[in-house]
Design a protein around this ligand. Structure first.
Ligand SMILES: CC(C)(COP(=O)(O)OP(=O)(O)OC[C@H]1O[C@@H](n2cnc3c(N)ncnc32)[C@H](O)[C@@H]1OP(=O)(O)O)[C@@H](O)C(=O)NCCC(=O)NCCS
Length: 195
């Protein structure tokens, strides 16, 4: 399948928002369109303000976060259209602290660079064709090139294939060379060492 992976850059902010406008996700309820706004590294997260109550607010904040570089990841293109998204970011201390309530994520040493994979959205008609895998492979390749020590993700041992499985299946991470690093009550931290 002809898929091109591109890193999300500020000039793609509107195209990114459009992908969420038109791609069914999160049980396809319009008011739950997320624009992946939670997973970002900006300081406004400090207010506990990681979510915005209306779709319009999430859309406009997401565009700003992409433009300022606090919302990072990769887009999958097919036939000139965006068909997939992977949120992968670093220095998201507040996101990771939030996830620590659920996953046994260790405190990071200051000298270790960790890239976190937070979310995937693949267009429903193109799921199970290897697009999330391609995105994950690219995350790992670029993270290695950029000097990261690990790529890390936070998954559920039981993949039940609902919109809550947006973190991606454990089987996919294992195929991409990740290993299980820690687990608490079925929530598994997986890591791929890059050095
Ligand atoms: C979960 C998801 C990311 C997988 O993306 P994908 O491109 O279909 O995944 P891939 O084709 O790369 O599959 C990789 C591996 O993951 C596993 N996998 C993927 N989909 C699966 C499914 N439905 N059931 C079981 N295993 C699955 C398989 O091991 C698969 O490898 P295989 O096809 O060789 O067996 C995708 O289904 C998705 O986007 N779901 C919706 C997420 C969502 O709603 N996000 C927004 C939340 S607000």
């Amino acid at each position: 399948m002809d898929i091109e992976i591109r890193r999300l850059t500020p000039e793609l902010a509107e195209a990114y928002a459009h992908f969420f406008d038109v791609t069914p996700h999160d049980v396809n309820i319009d008011e739950r369109k997320c624009y992946c706004v939670t997973w970002r590294s900006d300081n406004s997260y400090d207010d506990g303000n990681h979510w915005y109550p209306t779709r319009e607010e999430r859309r406009s904040h997401a565009i700003q976060f992409v433009r300022t570089g606090s919302l990072q990841g990769y887009l999958a293109y097919h036939g000139g259209e965006i068909v997939g998204w992977c949120n992968a970011n670093a220095d998201c201390r507040l996101c990771v602290d939030y996830l620590r309530s659920f996953w046994p994520i260790e405190e990071y040493r200051a000298d270790i660079k960790v890239k976190s994979v937070f979310c995937f959205v693949i267009a429903p008609e193109l799921q199970r064709k290897g697009i999330a895998t391609r995105l994950l492979e690219r995350v790992c390749k670029d993270a290695a090139d950029d000097g990261f020590d690990f790529v890390e993700a936070y998954v559920n041992r039981e993949f039940v294939y609902t919109d809550h499985d947006f973190r991606g299946p454990l089987a996919m991470y294992k195929k991409c060379g990740f290993t299980e690093y820690a687990e608490r009550e079925g929530r598994v931290v997986v890591r791929k060492a890059l050095k």
